[in-house]
Ligand binder design. Structure first.
Ligand code: NAD
Length: 478
């Protein structure tokens, strides 16, 4: 398979270089070739998106909705094909990947329905015979920059609300999710999405990402990725006064109190920490356990980890696959080696039968490190979690908040008063009791605080606020 750009309704193979993509589950298998774009392709996408805006923004919400419903239906038909390409391209296990594509289908349907929902308020005027009201209007051309770890759901949770609000889109996916992006856009194109409404430009962030941010007339930018890149995006957008949102890294904590139901808790902590090989921004990467159950927790964790199966992403029985790429492997392994040198290894799980040469990393839980240690403070973005002890709820919540990040946090307890204190005091955009840190539903707002986010929210109704402008209208009919 080869990647292609889709610009103004035309398929274009750019020629600014190629990258051969190998299957991270089996490095002997070439999955496809990426064709990289240069500045000229970004410019073409700008022309196409701004031309298409003139007609798309004038369509009724019902017409835009009909396109989103068709995209959803087409995606559902091709669910298995797209999931398989993504699993082979970035290593997410096929069962998880199918669930992710279905989430994309649901997101499209959710935002399609917004096309015919009320989009403003009537606000009583102080003057007689004046109708005062607000309405949402589209912004214009929106730049969408996405990471590789949710190659289908994250792009759709940006593209769908952007389109239903009447904007047109230039989408730059992550390099290591570009085959998936090409296939997804192929599905949308076949479903009749009008030319120029969605434009796909494939290439390196450092090259075309910067051209998009610095040179294109954009009316909003929605970015998800690392905190370092997100801060750069925010700086450029602030300088150019472009509306932006940045969803970035996390170092999510799960607190386990003495009264937690440990059977349920352990399985949610393993899932939060190691599904997708820990490559979720909401992954559980700090496990804070109250002293009274620490030993029992460790004993049960070690036992449960012995049945966690690691293997080829296309094997539907595996719990976790490899990490996504060579650079991911190198980066995560530097933390594994740090843990081996400086921490106590509580458990290194990941039972694997026969596996090919790939970017596999056994899921690991480390302990006995200071709270300021890089294993406790830095986003690892792999199957590595750190265990910390707390003497009581107060210390646990203070450890939970001792991070620059603030995306998601969980508490496991059967005490309602601690549950409510946690919901108030945990410094995170998503706070969850007796639920894993990952897995926020598509119809609910998603986003973080502190260095995890620029403080707006994605998904649910919150996305409509980002992708539209509120106009205040007044009509005198006296
Ligand atoms: P990344 O920051 O390396 O890349 C993200 C995107 O930005 C890619 O498309 C990349 O090509 C592009 N990019 C890179 N440099 C750029 C530049 N100078 N200008 C414009 N674009 C540029 O992140 P990644 O490795 O793809 O993803 C992993 C990160 O994403 C982790 O930190 C993870 O926590 C974060 N993430 C956050 C959320 C969230 O909602 N908070 C969700 C998923 C992933």
């Amino acid at each position: 398979m080869s990647s292609q750009n889709w610009i103004g309704g035309e398929w274009v193979t750019p020629n600014a270089g190629t990258i051969v993509i190998k299957n991270p589950s089996n490095l002997n298998e070439e999955v496809g070739v990426l064709h990289l774009s240069d500045a000229s392709h970004v410019r073409q996408a700008e022309d196409a998106a701004s031309t298409a805006f003139n007609s798309w923004s004038r369509q009724t919400g019902a017409v835009r909705a009909s396109h989103l419903y068709k995209m959803a239906a087409a995606l559902e038909v091709k669910l298995d094909d797209l999931a398989m390409i993504a699993s082979k391209e970035m290593g997410k296990p096929i069962t998880e990947m199918r669930g992710e594509v279905m989430r994309g289908v649901n997101l499209l349907r959710y935002y399609a329905a917004e096309g015919v929902r009320a989009n403003g308020q009537v606000i009583p005027s102080s003057e007689a015979d004046v109708l005062q009201f607000t309405k949402r209007t589209p912004l214009g051309v929106v730049g969408i920059i996405t990471p590789w770890n949710f190659p289908v759901a994250i792009p759709i949770w940006k593209i769908a609300p952007a389109l239903i609000c009447g904007n047109t889109v230039i989408w730059k996916p992550a390099e290591f999710a570009s085959l998936t992006a090409s296939k997804m856009v192929e599905i949308f194109a076949a479903a009749g999405l009008p030319e120029g409404t969605l434009n796909l430009v494939i290439g390196k962030g450092s090259k075309i990402g910067d051209v998009l941010l610095e040179q294109v007339t954009l009316h909003a930018v929605s970015f998800t990725g690392s905190t370092a890149t997100g801060q750069h995006v925010a700086e450029v957008c602030a300088r150019r006064n472009i509306k932006y949102q940045t969803e970035m890294g996390g170092k999510n904590a799960a607190i386990v109190l003495n009264d937690a139901n440990l059977d349920k808790t352990i399985s949610m902590i393993i899932s939060g920490g190691f599904r997708s090989a820990g490559q979720k921004c909401t992954a559980t990467s700090r496990i804070i356990v109250e002293n009274g159950i620490y030993d029992r927790f460790v004993e049960m964790l070690i036992k449960a980890m012995s049945s966690v199966k690691m293997g080829d992403s296309l094997d539907s029985s595996v719990y976790l696959g490899p990490v996504a790429s060579e650079s991911q492997h190198k980066s995560v392994m530097s933390y594994v080696n740090l843990a081996r040198e400086q921490a106590e290894i509580v458990v290194e799980g990941g039972r694997s039968e026969s596996i090919n040469e790939g970017y596999y990393i056994r899921p690991l839980v480390a302990a006995s490190v200071d709270v300021n240690h890089p294993l406790v403070q830095e986003e690892i973005f792999g199957p590595v979690a750190t265990l910390l002890k707390a003497s009581d709820f107060e210390e646990a919540i203070s450890l939970c908040n001792r991070t620059v990040f603030g995306l998601s946090a969980s508490l496991f307890t059967s005490d309602l008063s601690y549950a409510h204190r946690f919901l108030d005091e945990a410094q995170a955009g998503m706070v969850r009791v007796n639920q894993e840190t990952a897995g926020v539903e598509y119809q609910a707002p998603f986003g973080g605080v502190k260095m995890s986010s620029s403080h707006s929210r994605e998904q649910g109704q919150a996305a409509l606020d980002f992708y539209s402008e509120i106009k205040t209208c007044a009509v005198s009919y006296a």
